[in-house]
Design a protein around this ligand. Structure first.
Ligand code: FES
Length: 130
């Protein structure tokens, strides 16, 4: 069996939503100290909904595929839905990742949460979602 699914390879080769957003409403940057990879997520939020999202990932192929898939998954969603997206959901949407690459999808979950947190801080909104 191939180490990486077709979906991982597709999102790695043709990543969606790459780039940055000027005047983003929320920015989240996280890294993994062990591998040194860094992921940055930019959110444009209108009426508590993700109207645009971009990412910059300096990291491995699985991190790029995870960022690409995660950004696709949160587009158009409201913040409570976004906060429920876990690395497990991202991994499943990618049809799996090898065990030693699961931390790459954790970066996507953490970067999104950090970006939402940043948005809340800038808007004096409680970081509290039901
Ligand atoms: Fe660290 Fe993929 S090897 S994010």
């Amino acid at each position: 069996m191939a180490l990486y699914s077709e979906k991982v390879m597709d999102h790695f080769r043709n990543p969606r939503n790459v780039g940055s957003i000027e005047n983003a409403d929320g920015i989240g940057e996280v890294g993994n100290a062990k591998c040194g990879d860094i992921m940055k997520i930019y959110l444009k939020i209108d009426d508590e909904k993700i109207s645009d999202v971009k990412f910059e990932t300096f990291g491995c192929g699985s991190a790029i595929a995870s960022s690409s898939m995660a950004t696709e998954m949160i587009k158009g969603k409201n913040l409570s839905e976004v906060m429920k997206i876990t690395n497990k959901a991202v991994t499943e949407a990618l049809d799996g990742l090898p065990a030693h690459k699961l931390h790459c999808s954790v970066l996507a979950e953490e970067a999104i949460q950090a970006a939402v947190k940043d948005y809340c801080k800038k808007n004096n909104r409680e970081f509290n979602f039901v």
